[in-house]
Design a protein around this ligand. Structure first.
Ligand code: MN
Length: 308
């Protein structure tokens, strides 16, 4: 006799191995604030309750919506500062950011590029609007995510992955629905170029009005979607408008995103890192003692040197 509490019995048309991941909440864009004098961002981690757990391995999600900067000749951005214990991931869609760090690495993050910097045991860096671009002025559209490292990797060597627009995985969706760029993780059998310490999925989806895409994300992994342009319908039920962040429950595995108009969505998620987080400013460790040590090491010059 069939058991009517069996979900498969209630939904015979759905494949038995797949179930929708319910939407937990849709958050509006928080207040914009300035990082240095060059980046006008919305910090979405601040509006998600229990974000450190619900969005792990992400520690920070600063989104810079498109904003026009007038031409200027002085440097605009953030001067030399340290990081330890995690990675900074800078994604550019419009505008150009110049970067230099104390390992001697540096470069320009332009449209379509991503910089994946592992601070690990310690790095000094600076982030400015690229000088030639700033002289002309223009629209900047970017995001910076901080990705936690597991305790075992926090004191490893710093490193740097400059990922160019042409390096990204690319999936063209059926029915002219749009394109998904894979920065990290795997979608539809295509892997993104980023090497990560733990499983991270970072998908950049451009959808045409009416276009639809299905992602399969295991329930253990946290996942959220940021609507950067347009408006979408999630799983056929939840409307998510411009600049909203959609947070999914840790249940089910299938996410269906349908564009109500031409849309641009960033999906970010990964395997949670189930370790304590002690954060103070630019240092993210697992104990208070490690934070004290980070300040001692920074002040005694162990992070190296970088000129202003
Ligand atoms: Mn930084």
């Amino acid at each position: 006799m069939p058991n009517d509490t069996n979900p498969d019995a209630r939904a015979p048309s759905a494949p038995s191995h797949s179930r929708t991941r319910p939407v937990d909440a849709v958050f509006s864009r928080p207040q914009l604030h300035w990082v240095g004098d060059g980046f006008r961002v919305a910090g979405y981690m601040n509006v998600v309750p229990n974000a450190a757990r619900r969005l792990s391995p992400f520690l920070l999600l600063d989104y810079h919506p498109p904003y026009f900067y007038e031409a200027i000749t002085r440097a605009r951005g953030v001067g030399v500062h340290p990081h330890r214990g995690f990675e900074t991931v800078t994604i550019a869609w419009e505008g150009r950011v110049a970067h230099h760090d104390s390992t001697g690495a540096g470069g320009i993050i332009g449209p379509g590029d991503v910089q994946w910097m592992r601070a690990a045991s310690g790095i000094l860096h600076k982030e400015f609007h690229e000088a030639a671009w700033a002289k002309e002025g223009g629209t900047m559209h970017m995001a910076q995510l901080w990705v936690n490292l597991p305790r075992s990797e926090k004191m490893g060597p710093p490193s740097y992955q400059p990922l160019s627009a042409g390096d990204m995985g690319l999936v063209t969706l059926a029915d002219d629905a749009g394109v998904v760029r894979i920065i990290a993780g795997e979608f539809a059998g295509v892997r993104g170029p980023a090497r990560t310490a733990t499983r991270v999925n970072l998908f950049d989806a451009q959808l045409r009005a009416g276009g639809r895409v299905t992602f399969t994300i295991p329930p253990k992994d946290n996942i959220a979607a940021l609507v950067m342009r347009g408006a979408v319908l999630v799983n056929g039920v939840a409307r998510a408008g411009l600049d909203t962040l959609v947070l999914f429950e840790n249940a089910g595995d299938t996410i269906v995103i349908e564009a109500a108009e031409d849309s641009h969505v960033l999906l970010m998620g990964g395997e949670p890192i189930d370790e304590p987080i002690f954060q103070h400013g630019p240092f993210v460790m697992t104990t208070r003692e490690e934070i004290v040590q980070a300040y001692e090491d920074f002040h005694s010059g162990k992070f190296g040197f970088l000129a202003n």
